[in-house]
Design a protein around this ligand. Structure first.
Ligand SMILES: Nc1ncnc2c1ncn2[C@@H]1O[C@H](COP(=O)(O)OP(=O)(O)OP(=O)(O)O)[C@@H](O)[C@H]1O
Length: 460
């Protein structure tokens, strides 16, 4: 029979017991060690090879109250709470057994034992130990993936722009509470980065941050993606699947582009938020959920409420704290700092040491940035790649060609008809790149999903 890959340590003052237990257990477990004096426990377990400890309850001659065993059990729990401890005693004292189980022992075995029973007890203990090891590993992997996903924190504000300072102030106050956040702002203004910052500053920071882009999902998939589905609920539902609500359990759920949620799912979402329960598609059972909700959109939700395309009661559920991120053209005082930050980032990425010449800096301030921070980031990245001298100059930014595509006015007047400007920009970029979505999206400083959404919106 294959030996189980467990490290067993037997602790007893009786050498005969130690030796006979070791001979038997060696046939079934990869590593079996013995210890006659529990004072040596610390040294042995610090070697990290022990999974399960069989611990005697009494060590001094004439004592049978089990106090020593309970003392060492407590010591082991404090030293390494993941260790599995099976207590043993020659006396069938039920009260002591109950007390030791309450104190954290996994099981209890009476001496003299029956070998089959001992093997069954230790095999069960090993199953428990390996499950908890796997869980520990999965938690470590999750934490590291989460850190990779969130990346290093992005400083949202450098304190120059008043509107952004107010946003930061609100975040600092409300992020540690469990209040729902609604983040409004044009594309590329940093809504996702802001949501991550709220998560980082919350009590859920060590839990998951789950992002659902409702703008990039096909409308048919919304419900099962959010709430999960039962096997057989629809043709492709080959197995039970939890939705993002369940995956975000204990953490933060970020619903991006909430304005795209169809009305019938708005009521299901409202129900979930009011009752803190969800049901998977094709299932009647209600499941409890514990999430912090952050929503974001660039759509005019209040207007949509007036038009009847967004539920007012849902809006008031999700906007406990509302943030409006200013467009970049209204935070010109931050453009230099952001550009310098991106320059450092892309100089490092492309192993360059480029500077930014004054004419280029001035051009950055004059440009209206319809694609906001994301567009600035793309412009600097492309300039770093393409620039030939030691400094990036105005012509490396190619802003005039972008501007030429912007119809009519720039500056504040542009904001008055942002929608037609956006439509025109998208059309031109698509024509220029002969319908190549990736290239057009890159030029516009949008993600492919964001471009698709806009094309759908404008019927392009
Ligand atoms: N304060 C900031 N500092 C540095 N980079 C930023 C900042 N805010 C946003 N960015 C960068 O700008 C880009 C767009 O940000 P983000 O995705 O958060 O915007 P968004 O408003 O969610 O966009 P969309 O509406 O298109 O989804 C990202 O690459 C992000 O890293």
């Amino acid at each position: 029979m294959k030996k189980l890959p467990a490290g067993i340590l037997i602790v007893d003052d009786d050498l005969d017991i130690l030796v006979s237990a070791r001979i038997f257990l060696k046939q079934h477990f990869q590593q079996v060690s013995i210890c006659q004096d529990p004072k040596e426990l610390h040294g042995i377990i610090s070697q990290g090879e022990t999974d399960i400890i069989m611990l005697d309850m009494n060590y001094r001659k004439g004592t049978n109250d089990g106090k020593e065993g309970l003392y060492w059990l407590k010591f082991l729990q404090e030293t390494d709470p993941t260790l599995i401890v099976v207590l043993m005693t020659a006396y069938g004292d039920v009260e002591l057994a109950v007390e030791s189980l309450k104190s954290g022992a996994t099981d209890f075995i009476l001496k003299p034992w029956n070998n089959e029973k001992l093997l069954a007890t230790l095999s069960a203990a090993w199953k428990l130990r390996s499950a908890s090891k796997k869980l520990q590993k999965a938690e470590q992997v999750q934490e590291s993936l989460q850190n990779d996903l969130l990346g290093p924190p992005t400083p949202l504000s450098n304190g120059h722009n008043v509107a952004m300072s107010e946003v930061m102030n609100t975040i600092r106050k409300a992020a540690p509470t469990d209040a729902n956040f609604l983040i409004l702002g044009e594309n590329g203004t940093g809504k996702q980065v802001t949501a991550m910052e709220i998560h980082r500053l919350s009590v859920r920071a060590r839990e998951v941050f789950i992002h659902v882009d409702l703008g990039a999902l096909h409308a048919n998939l919304f419900e099962s993606e959010l709430f999960g589905h039962a096997k057989g609920a629809f043709t492709d539902a080959r197995e039970d699947k939890p939705g993002r609500f369940e995956l975000a359990e204990g953490g933060t759920l970020f619903l991006d582009e909430i304005g795209n949620l169809p009305l019938h799912l708005q009521s299901k979402l409202l129900h979930a938020l009011q009752n803190r329960t969800i049901s998977r598609v094709g299932e009647n059972r209600m499941r409890q959920v514990n999430i912090r909700l952050i929503c974001a959109t660039n759509m005019p939700l209040y207007e949509m409420v007036r038009e009847g395309t967004f539920r007012e009661d849902l809006l008031f559920r999700i906007n406990t704290v509302e943030l409006t991120l200013p467009p970049l053209r209204e935070r010109t005082e931050d453009i230099q700092a952001l550009a310098d930050q991106f320059l450092r980032q892309f100089n490092t990425k492309y192993r360059k040491t480029l500077g930014l010449r004054k004419d280029a800096r001035d051009a950055l301030l004059r440009y209206p940035w319809p694609g906001n921070i994301r567009e600035l980031q793309h412009v600097i990245e492309r300039a770093v790649i393409m620039a030939e001298g030691e400094e990036i100059q105005e012509s490396d930014l190619h802003l005039s060609s972008r501007k030429a595509e912007v119809p009519a006015a720039t500056g504040p007047a542009a904001a008055m008809d942002l929608s037609s400007m956006e439509q025109q920009l998208i059309k031109s970029a698509l024509e220029k790149h002969k319908g190549n979505i990736s290239k057009a999206a890159s030029e516009l400083g949008l993600t492919r999903a964001a471009l698709y959404r806009r094309m759908e919106k404008f019927g392009l």
